[in-house]
Every structure is written in structure tokens, then in C-alpha cells.
Write a protein that binds this ligand. Structure first.
Ligand code: UDX
Length: 434
């Protein structure tokens, strides 16, 4: 099948690469010429394990192309996939400006029948907006719209696409369904066929539910701290119940990233617009915001009367999660400037996200290695669960630090072990050891 993907962000690029690997002819279109030129040269703008190799392979084998000209991308394509960004507006609503621009460009270049499917996360009703814009611009309705939301996670995007657990096909015609069924055949996945609006809602509901699981376990963790229980065992005990499930019950510093914070906000706004006030999702957001700030208090508590001023703190982890350099809504973006305001000397280390972090955190002091960051530190604050941090030799580390204090936002270590080594160790939902 010949496919045109509009937008070469996370979703567009990964989908384009994976579809081409399944034997389709894919052209990825982006209005950003610099980005397109980079992609043509094999430079991938994001850090995603396995993406570059798979991209180069499919380019070499002639199935994957890049262009800044939508007309070129659409020529002969049976399917057009819209995968442009839907960032949050200041009021939290999803900003549809890129979606609308894509719809207009498609309309301007639409000569023969195509299925126009939206992969971007868009509020319910957006499919109909696209339909109207395309037909108004094209002057005809020789196309079908569809919705096929994307559930891939950053850091495991390729695997999530190849082994997708389900595909949601929001369609309005048999013809569009046939095209989308054909696209998904090689993935051998469960298919849910529904209308466009239901497909659009499914994506938001799934993300908001996952965010709810995280905030829920974080509240339980906070209660564990206040009562002396251990959240890890609580989560394990809960997770064996298949109705609850083990996944997404890892207590920590809260969720970040390009999806959960933005999608929960957008869902609340969608409710407001539709005349239904959501109650659970705003609480999920509130818990998540507070969860981050608790770590400043944990740090303050560790230093007691001495206070935070003048202390050197090594912040380990800048990206919102491991295996990505994505800094969107990362806890570090909130916490590093706040610590600096408190007079803390913050030195950060991240295996891959430092450059991206410098774009969003002013005057970021970054160390090139983990060892450099922790040298003479009064405390370590762990924000991301990178493998490198899990494997740290805590025994040797203690010799490098000025004081053996670790505040762990990801529960990477066994408190008993760290206590025995002479650390002050505060984590999430587990007793402090010292
Ligand atoms: C998420 C969804 O998983 C994906 O289906 C959707 O398409 C996009 O949003 P992503 O943002 O890449 O994907 O990351 P994910 O692995 O889901 O983690 C999101 C955040 O939740 C991270 O900050 C992570 O650290 C946090 N998290 C996750 C927890 O704090 N605890 C958990 O148990 C799981």
C-alpha cells in the first residue's frame, strides 16, 4: 500500500518507519525543511532505541521517503495519516492549529479518493472538523475520514508498534475500514471497529485511566509514608488481582511526558465544553503536581535545621522517563529551578537528555558523567529510572559524596541495603532509613 504520513514527530516517524518495514511504500511529509533534510541524511531528531537503524534500512531498501512537499507525498497514496502535534493551549485545551493546517493542505492537493486517518490525539469531534475542512478546500467529498489513535510509548515505540495490543479503527465507511484492516493485517492484533468519535474518545480515556493508576498509587504511597506501610508490597498484593493488574502501579515522582499531562488537561476541557464536569481526572492532576513538590520537602527534611541553602545536590535524571531525551513535562523542569531558588547548588546528569534539557531549563549546570555529578555532593536526588542509575555502585558512590544522602523518586534501591551502608535514604511510600 502507498501511504503518506503527515508530521514526523514521535508518532508520525515511528509509524512511518514501522509501516514501511511491513512492506508499504511510505512517504513522510513535514513542513520543517531542516528536519526533512536531516531525515534524508539519516539524522533522527529524537532519541528512540532502534528507530535510526530501522529507518536507514527501509530508506535503503526503497520503501521510505521524506519530503517537505505534501503534493509529492500524497501522489498515488491510498492512505493519508495525520500525525501532527496537538499541544496544549494555555487554557489546557488541545490546540488544533496543526491539524487544521494539515486538513487544508490535504484538501488543496486532493485529486483522487483517499482515506484520511488521524493518529494524533484529538478531542472528540475533530474528525468531523477535518472532514469539513478537506471537502471545503477540495471542493468535493471523494474521501473518507477515519480515526486510528496511537498508543505507543516513548522508549519502546518500535516494539509497541510491532507488537501492538490492539488497534482502534474509527470509521465511517466500509471502504475506509478495508484500507485500515489491510494496514493492520501484518501486525496480527486485536481490532476494535467503531465510529470516529468513539475512537477519538478511546485514546483519551486510556491515557487518563493510566494516569489515574499512577496518581492513585502515589496517594497510597504518601499514606504509606505517614503510616509506616510499604507501597511496593501493597502494589504487589493489589496487582495479582487480575481486575487490577500489576502494570502502572509503580509509585514515584509522578507522571510526565508528552501525553499524560496534556491529555488529562484536554479531557477536562472537553468535559467543560460538553457540559459535563469531570471529577476524577482533575484530582489525578492535582495529586501529580503535588507529588513532585514533595521531593523538595523530602530533601529539606533530610537536612533538618541546616536548611537547603548552599547544599550541593546531584540531580540524576532529566528526561521524564528512561530511554528517551524527551523533556516535556519532566519533573526536572519544575524541580531544578525551584531548588536553585532555594539557594541549592544543583548539578545534573542524564545519559542522553542533557542537550534537550538545556533548551528548557535556564543555566542548567550539567555534568558529563555520573561520577562528576555526585563528586562532593551533599545529596543525590533521583528523578529518572535510567538503568545506569539502577546499576550504580552505591558502596563506592558513598566515598565520592560529601554526605551519604539519597532522595529517590523512583524507588531504585532496597532501603535496608542502603541503611546498612550508612546512607540516609528516603524513597516513595517506604520508610526512611538512616
Ligand atoms: C504514554 C502511554 O503509555 C502511551 O500509551 C500513550 O500513547 C502516550 O503516553 P509515554 O508518555 O511514552 O506513553 O510513557 P509511559 O511509559 O506511559 O510513562 C508515562 C509517565 O508515567 C512517565 O513519567 C513514567 O515515569 C510514569 N509512570 C509510569 C509511573 O510513574 N509509574 C508507573 O507505574 C508507570
Amino acid at each position: 500500500m502507498k501511504i503518506c504520513v503527515i508530521g514526523t514527530g514521535y508518532v508520525g516517524l515511528v509509524s512511518g518507519v514501522c509501516y514501511s518495514d511491513k512492506g508499504n511504500q511510505v512517504t513522510c511529509v513535514d513542513i520543517d525543511e531542516v528536519k526533512v533534510n536531516h531525515l534524508k541524511k539519516g539524522i533522527v531528531p529524537i532519541y528512540e532505541p532502534g528507530l535510526k537503524e530501522l529507518m536507514l534500512k527501509n530508506v535503503k531498501e526503497g520503501r521510505l521517503h521524506f519530503t517537505s512537499q505534501i503534493r509529492e507525498g500524497m501522489e498515488g497514496a491510498e492512505l493519508i495519516i495525520i500525525a501532527v502535534g496537538t499541544p496544549a493551549k494555555e487554557n489546557g485545551e488541545a490546540d488544533l492549529r496543526y491539524i487544521k493546517a494539515a486538513a487544508r493542505s490535504i484538501g488543496e492537493n486532493l485529486t483522487d479518493y483517499k482515506v484520511i486517518v488521524t493518529k494524533s490525539t484529538v478531542p472528540v469531534g475533530t474528525g468531523q472538523i477535518i472532514k469539513k475542512m478537506v471537502s471545503d478546500t477540495a471542493g468535493h467529498s471523494n474521501f473518507d475520514i477515519a480515526s486510528n489513535p496511537e498508543f505507543l510509548r516513548e522508549g519502546s515505540a518500535i516494539q509497541d508498534t510491532f507488537q501492538m495490543e490492539r488497534a482502534i479503527l474509527g470509521i465511517e465507511s466500509d471502504r475506509a475500514e478495508k484500507v485500515l484492516q489491510k494496514l493492520h493485517e501484518p501486525f496480527q492484533t486485536k481490532i476494535v471497529v467503531t465510529d470516529v468519535e468513539t475512537a477519538e474518545m478511546t485514546k483519551y480515556a486510556a491515557n487518563a485511566f493510566l494516569a489515574t493508576k499512577i496518581s492513585f498509587i502515589n496517594e497510597v504511597a504518601n499514606l504509606c509514608e505517614a503510616t509506616g506501610a510499604n507501597v511496593e508490597k501493597v502494589a504487589e498484593g493489589m496487582g495479582y488481582d487480575q481486575r487490577i493488574g500489576k502494570a502502572f502501579l509503580q509509585a514515584g515522582i509522578g507522571y510526565g511526558g508528552s501525553c499524560f499531562p496534556k491529555d488529562t488537561q484536554a479531557l477536562v476541557k472537553m468535559g467543560e465544553k460538553a457540559g459535563y464536569r469531570l471529577k476524577i481526572v482533575p484530582a489525578v492532576e492535582e495529586v501529580n503536581k503535588e507529588q513532585r513538590l514533595r521531593f523538595i520537602e523530602k530533601l529539606r527534611y533530610a537536612f533538618g535545621n541546616e536548611g537547603l541553602k548552599g547544599k550541593k545536590v546531584a540531580v540524576l535524571g532529566l528526561a521524564f522517563k528512561p530511554n528517551t531525551d524527551d523533556m516535556r513535562a519532566a519533573p526536572a523542569v519544575d524541580l531544578v529551578p525551584r531548588l536553585e531558588q532555594e539557594g541549592v547548588d544543583v548539578v545534573c546528569y542524564d545519559p542522553v537528555a542533557t542537550e534537550k534539557a538545556k533548551e528548557v531549563i535556564k543555566n542548567l549546570q550539567a555534568a558529563a558523567t555520573l561520577d562528576q555529578a555526585v563528586k562532593d555532593a551533599d545529596a543525590i536526588l533521583i528523578l529518572t529510572d535510567w538503568q545506569e542509575f539502577k546499576e550504580m555502585n552505591v558502596k563506592l558512590l558513598k566515598l565520592e559524596m560529601k554526605r551519604p544522602i539519597i532522595i529517590d523518586g523512583r524507588n531504585l534501591f532496597d532501603p535496608i541495603k542502603l541503611g546498612k551502608l550508612g546512607y540516609y535514604y528516603a524513597s516513595v511510600g517506604r520508610p526512611i532509613v538512616q
